[in-house]
Every structure is written in C-alpha cells, then in structure tokens.
Design a protein around this ligand. Structure first.
Ligand code: G4P
Length: 289
C-alpha cells in the first residue's frame, strides 16, 4: 500500500491514533530494520506523549546484522528498548511480549503491592505503511482473535488479539506517515520499496544506491559489477551495468533506464546482500523523531 500523504491525511491519522492510544499500555513502534530512522514517523514521540514503547526492527532478515545490533545499542543509549524480528518468517516473536513485560513490570509490581490483580498488557502497533504491520499482526494473531461486538448494525468494536496470557494486541494498527523533507530519506524509502517508484527518478535512486554501496559495501559492488574498479560517474556506472546485462536501446546504446531498474531490483532481491541504509553513527542525536 502506498499513500500520498497530505496535511489532511496526517491530521486524520493522528486523530485515529490518539483515540486508540487511550486503550493501550504500550506502543509497538514498527520500523524497517534497514531504516530504523528513515522509516520512523517524525511525530511519533510527540503523538504518544509519555506512553511506553518498544521499537520493533522488522524485516531484520533483510538488514545487516552488525548494524542491527548497533541500532539496538543506539536506542538503548537513548533509554529505548528495541528488538529485532522477522515477522514474515515469525522469527523473534517472543522478544516482543518479553519487552512489553519488562516495560510494564514496575507498574504491575506497584499494582500487586496495592493488592490489585494484574491484567494482560494491552498494546497496539504503530508505523508507516509497508513496514510489516499487517504481517506482524497476522503472525501474532495465529487463531487468537477475540471477536467482540462485530454484529450487523453495531459499530465495529475494537478487537483484541490474545498473543499470550500476558499480552493483548489491538487487531488494527495505527498508520502514520513517513518523513520526506530530507531527499536522502526519500531515496532510502524508495530503494526498499516503501514508497512508489514513480515518486522519484529511477536513475537518481540508482545513483544514490551506487554511492551508498561504494561507501559502505564496496567489495559487494565490485563483485556485482564483476570488475576491479567502480566507475566514477553514475552514467559510467549504469553504462557498465547495461553492458554486463546486455541492456541496449534500439540504437545499440546502453539503456540507462533499464540498467537503473535492474540495479534497484537486484538490491531489493538481496543480490547484493543484506543492507542497512541508516547508519547509527550518522544519526542526528538532537533530532526529534
Ligand atoms: P504494512 O501493514 O505495514 O503496510 O505492511 P505489510 O504487512 O503489508 O508488509 C509489507 C511488505 O513487507 C509485504 O510484502 C510483506 O510480506 C513484507 N514483510 C513484512 N514483514 C517482513 C519481514 O519481516 N521480512 C521480510 N523479508 N518481508 C516482510 P509485499 O511486497 O507487500 O508482498 P510480498 O512481496 O510478500 O508478496
């Protein structure tokens, strides 16, 4: 799903999330492990106020494992609990409820000392489109959706999914918008397929990607190009891919468009390996996410 976000959509999304917030103890903020900052919503901290949150780095199967560990440490330094999962394969699911329990422990212990009976933790998933919210909900739901008040003519009540004895999850996620102001964020989101391809020029995305690989994973790029040097300019770079993949136009000139598309597709299908596009060492500490 790809939505063009306008101020009206953002205000509506924010209202809907604010409504649901009242129902839960904990927020599961879902981000793409390849883009822990670029796939985060810029207003999230402000929207959820003091509500506790677990940052879930989803699609960890696609991300650079070393970087994922660095990101978890980075968030820990900010006092935030982050866990890495692969919702598609169902890996790491147990970490989610453990994290929620950890965040709620103090409150629940408090209740116990006051003689109150602890109840299940209530949580909701929040994130921008395409980070895997539905996949994660389906994964956690198994067959445990508690159907309540879903009768014709009756407003559909919020449904809760019993994940474990100690955790209940709202069955619909909160959807927020990505942050577009920064051009490199747009390129990163496009490269991972989080936003529509036609919002940006494929050749621009490809040159951004080439630069990224040149800087971060040069050996992979050399292997991909089957060459011992990386061309300097992006035109030469795409020309080399066109040459390798036999992509020519009708005048037998290199087809740069198709070369760019091929390169991007090969990155998305992990032909150049698992990558993390956001670097925790380059993140802007003072910036409100
Ligand atoms: P959303 O609700 O947040 O919008 O995201 P959704 O669950 O629809 O997931 C978006 C895409 O990401 C889906 O692929 C989904 O299969 C994929 N995905 C979700 N979680 C993971 C994960 O942990 N690892 C990997 N590798 N992929 C994940 P799609 O392109 O829409 O469909 P398809 O390519 O699976 O057919």
């Amino acid at each position: 799903m790809t939505i063009q976000w306008f101020p009206g959509h953002m205000a509506k999304a924010r209202r809907q999330v604010t409504e649901k917030l009242k129902l839960v103890d904990v927020i599961f903020e879902l981000v793409d492990a390849r883009l822990p900052l670029s796939s985060a919503n810029p207003m999230l901290a402000e929207i959820i106020h003091q509500k506790k949150r677990v940052i879930i780095l989803n699609k960890a199967d696609l991300a650079d494992e070393v970087r994922t560990a660095e990101w978890i440490d980075y968030f820990a330094e900010q006092g935030l609990l982050a866990v890495a999962v692969d919702a598609q394969a169902g890996k790491g699911m147990h970490k989610i409820s453990r994290a929620a329990e950890l965040l709620m422990k103090e409150k629940f212990d408090n209740w116990k000392t006051k003689g109150m009976k602890p109840r299940a933790i209530r949580a909701m998933i929040l994130g921008i489109p395409n980070v895997g919210k539905s996949t994660l909900i389906n994964r956690l739901a198994k067959k445990n959706i508690a159907r309540t008040g879903n009768k014709p003519g009756v407003t559909k009540a919020q449904q809760w999914i019993k994940v474990e004895k100690s955790l209940e999850l709202l069955d619909t996620p909160g959807i927020l918008w990505p942050k577009f102001e920064d051009q490199s964020v747009g390129f990163k989101l496009a490269l991972t397929g989080a936003i529509k391809d036609d919002l940006l020029q494929m050749e621009d995305i490809a040159s951004f990607a080439a630069e990224f690989f040149r800087k971060n994973y040069p050996e992979r790029l050399l292997h991909y190009l089957e060459n011992d040097t990386i061309p300097e300019t992006s035109l030469e770079f795409l020309g080399m891919i066109a040459e390798k993949k036999r992509l020519f136009d009708r005048y037998q000139d290199p087809d740069y468009d198709r070369a760019a598309e091929t390169f991007i597709r090969d990155i998305r299908t992990q032909k150049l390996g698992r990558i993390t596009l956001d670097d925790p060492h380059e993140s802007n500490d003072g910036e409100e996410q």
